[in-house]
Design a protein around this ligand. Sequence first.
Ligand SMILES: Nc1ncnc2c1ncn2[C@@H]1O[C@H](COP(=O)(O)OP(=O)(O)OP(=O)(O)O)[C@@H](O)[C@H]1O
Ligand SMILES: [Mg+2]
Length: 606
Amino acid sequence: MRAKDAKTRGRHAQKAQLVRGMRGLTVFLFLISGLINVLALTGSFYMLQIYDRALASGSIPTLAAISVLAIGLYFFQGMFDIIRSQVLVRIGARVDRQLAPLAHEVAIDMPRFGYSTAEALERGRDVDTVRGFLGSQGPAAMFDLPWVPLFLVFVYLLHPALGALTIAGAFVLTCIAITTEMMTRAHASAAHQATIQRNAIADSNTRNSEILKAMGFAGAAVKRFHRANDEHLTLQTRTSDISGTFGAVSRVLRMMLQSAVLGLAAYLTIIGELSAGAIIAASIASARAMAPIDAAIANWKQFVAARMSWGRVRETVSKLMALEAPMALPAPKQSLKVEGITVASPGAGRVLLSDVSFQLQAGQALGIVGPSGGGKSTLARALTGIWPVLRGSVRLDDAELQQYADAALGKSIGYMPQDVSLLDATIAENIARLDDTARPEDIVAAATDAAVHEMIVRMPDGYHAAIGPQGVSLSGGERQRIGLARALYGKPFVVVLDEPNSNLDAEGEGALTAAIQSVKKRGGIVIVIAHRPSALAAVDLVAVVQNGRMTAFGTKEEVLNPKAAKPVTPPVVPVAPVVSKTAPADLGVPVGVKAGAKVRAVGAGK
Ligand SMILES: Nc1ncnc2c1ncn2[C@@H]1O[C@H](COP(=O)(O)OP(=O)(O)OP(=O)(O)O)[C@@H](O)[C@H]1O
Ligand SMILES: [Mg+2]
């Protein structure tokens, strides 16, 4: 809990530092860009001085002195340019270092809320886009833009007519930049969506490579990818076309303008209004005035992409910053209370489970049965805090789940999902939930409880065996047992097992029963979702969940064998009115709790 507090405090400090540092750096970059641009007038002044002083006086020492001075100024311009580009690269790295972990934190959370993995990964890539742009030529051009008037004024001072021509050129180029911006903006966001869609298909195809091979529909999958890729390419091509066309137009215009300035200056010289040196000086200065506008147009696509990425990252990060870390609470030890919860799927918002209430005390085990699609896994997700509840509350020792900090709550919860998937790490890291300070004896204890210790030590690398992406190198049953060990690791107070025995053999099921019993004995709470009754051997309470409701709750005998059950002892309460008379198919026993029937009070049955 303290770690989480520290993390949040760290985040606030990080953000403050990021914003404060950024403002200072922007001012610095603006000023250093000013210096670079003033020094960029060197070429023009050099020309003027050569014509007006060196040639007029015919003095070689004057020419040498002017040249040495010019070389010195060019040297400083180069120095400042190097400093500016290094500062920009470092800003990029700094943004990356500070934001990438935050963006990744969000990306990890996104799939829980119905986003695709491709979309989640894109959030991480946003940081790369911003960093890439900051390291490119684009930002330098952006910082040069505010200094364009400096050159316009210089040319104007040489001759008002030249100034007017250059300003007109700058105006036309700016119009092109604005048009590029407006035309690419509409496409950029559609192109981004198309990229995500294409990546989502690629991701899902690679994940299902075994199925595609076995049933021979890799061709169809590739065709689907091909279509999405075409869409993506069409949009990309359109955006690139726009910036490419306007880029070429602006380049040609710039060259025309440069020639026009030369021509006009020559004319003004012929009619005696301008010195010969001013012809070249005007040409250099007007070219320099146009350069940043031209570069901005050339880099516009990257700029738009970086701006969109930055917007998304900033929105994400400020949301994260807004989350206050809960106060540290003692680890729960007594009860789990579920009070009238309604749960909706976070993506679509469809209500999947309504009005479920029950409570369990330390040392109790609850089995949850019911037909497929009834809402059992949904209940497990609500109990473990994976999905938020729409109404009602889930309380551990009377405190709602949100009152606990994530990391602290996680230590009190053991969860084994229906589809066990393991991280791409070693077996020990998987069991210890990536805790690098885990004690080996705790890992072995969890593995022993899940009856997987012997299997692990028989492997060539034992606990240090790497299991590959999603645990591919293990069998279904082995994965499930390691998933069980991970759920039991650290002796969490609440252990929620979603179909823990679907891939287990008799030995595994025996171990599961023993594990449930040992959690009960040490004062923990176990919730087991099961289709096969063998998993319910060690539970004392059973609940039936079907059609998104809890239709029965009571002792195992009452719920599974109502006829054999002894009369129910008070206190009694009516449980949920909607009741099916048939038991979940796989369980093969009548549920027998008729509508309005009374079963033992919530929380009773120990
Ligand atoms: N992420 C989700 N988004 C939207 N609906 C979902 C989601 N997950 C499950 N559902 C829907 O919620 C309902 C209940 O699903 P749930 O997984 O809780 O059933 P279950 O009782 O665990 O079934 P099974 O025994 O087959 O595992 C189903 O109708 C399912 O379509
Ligand atoms: Mg399920």
